[in-house]
Design a protein around this ligand. Structure first.
Ligand code: NAP
Ligand code: F7E
Length: 325
């Protein structure tokens, strides 16, 4: 019999890539959507999986809806990808961020504990939990947490409650501590997609400038399609565990901008980029770089798409969206 998986956050970036991956493995995939008058399936459409997913309704803020779902479905695996995931917004909407990102996973874990204890649980943890901390310039599973935003703080709770339910009740729960990963269906507010969309529009003469915040921040950027494989692999291990996932390379926002403009033949990008303080944060995470040796060793996982290639894939996709060849 084929395995079943429930994916929360199915309409976001990672949800569609993971759905596509699991469908190819023969899974029955359920996708959690909250009630909308007009839901947006464009990311699933992009990967041609919209009609292959079974949709179930619920909300990460509504415990009963999640209890009922798990009780009814008894999925083999739950991938909790739903979140208020935009760090900048978490400073203005800290309570909402905490409810969705911290209490949501707690509700799911309780549902599993009470109604389906053999269900495996994956929590979308994040490098934002490390914040200012590093060990010789990189972060791995042993690096302590020092989150720098309400988003990071909310994810630290989710991380520990996931560990706690494993230790307390013997549930199969994993944290994937994923570093930034991007794609052509990355949300438009995140810096990579904002840049590639802006660059495409500049190339086509649709806009004249690109307004950004801190160009010096450095991130370890990988390709989302590579990262969903790591999620799956964690859930197939004999024992549940927590893994850092990233490329091991760190690049600044400035470098991302340079390469994106270069890919459309513009060397003098400074003519187009305007620094706008509204895109800066009250507290910044200056530098993230993963050391994913444990995943490499135990999961046999490594990223396939390199940084320059990722930028190029995203710029090309945005140019295509605006009708350019
Ligand atoms: P995303 O594009 O922002 O998608 C998040 C999804 O969560 C959206 O589809 C959203 O649904 C859903 N959601 C938000 N609030 C909800 C609620 N109350 N009830 C049900 N669903 C809700 O995020 P992503 O980039 O795919 O990331 C997936 C997960 O990995 C997130 O938990 C994120 O925090 C974490 N993460 C991401 C990265 C990264 O670099 N992408 C790195 C580390 C960890 P709607 O479409 O209905 O708004
Ligand atoms: O910012 C700087 C900004 O919003 C990256 C989420 O998926 O990854 C993501 O969080 C950097 C920051 O992503 C702009 O200050 C400069 O230093 O693309 P971002 P993030 O905050 O790293 C982690 C791993 C997650 O878990 C999160 O869910 O870019 N930056 N100028 C800007 N950022 C934005 N958004 N917009 C700017 O104009």
């Amino acid at each position: 019999m084929s395995k079943s998986a429930l994916i929360t956050g199915i309409l976001g970036q990672d949800g569609p890539y993971l759905a596509d991956f699991l469908l190819r493995k023969g899974y029955k995939v359920y996708g959690l959507i909250r009630r909308y008058s007009n839901p947006n399936f464009s990311n699933l459409d992009y990967l041609n999986v919209t009609n292959k997913v079974d949709y179930v309704e619920g909300d990460m803020n509504d415990e009963a809806s999640l209890l009922n779902l798990i009780r009814g479905l008894h999925p083999d695996e739950v991938y909790n990808l739903a979140a208020q995931s935009f760090v900048k917004a978490s400073f203005e909407q800290a309570k909402l961020t905490t409810e969705v990102n911290s209490l949501g996973p707690l509700y799911l874990l309780n549902a599993i504990k009470f109604f389906s204890p053999t269900t495996k649980f994956y929590q979308a943890s994040t490098s934002e939990m490390f914040g200012l901390q590093h060990t010789n310039g990189y972060q791995d599973e042993k690096t302590p947490f020092h989150p720098r935003s309400p988003y990071g703080v909310s994810k630290v709770y989710a991380y520990w409650i996931t560990v706690n339910y494993r230790e307390s009740y013997g549930l199969f729960t994993c944290n994937g501590i994923l570093f930034n990963h991007e794609s052509p269906i990355r949300g438009i507010q995140f810096v990579t997609r904002k840049i590639t969309d802006g660059v495409a529009k500049i190339k086509l003469g649709l806009v004249k400038e690109l307004r950004l915040g801190n160009l010096e921040a450095k991130r370890d950027w990988g390709f989302a399609d590579d990262y969903v494989e790591a999620m799956y692999l964690m859930m197939q291990q004999k024992n549940p565990d927590d893994y850092v996932i990233g490329t091991g390379e760190s690049h600044s926002v400035r470098e991302f901008v340079e390469i994106a403009f270069k890919s459309i033949g513009i060397a003098d990008w400074k003519k187009y980029v305007v620094i706008d303080p509204q895109f800066k944060r009250p507290a910044e995470v200056p530098n993230l770089k993963a050391k994913a040796d444990k995943a490499r060793k135990n999961l046999g996982w490594k990223p396939k798409v390199a940084f320059d290639e990722l930028v190029e894939i995203m710029v090309k996709a945005d140019l295509k969206r605006y009708g350019s060849r």
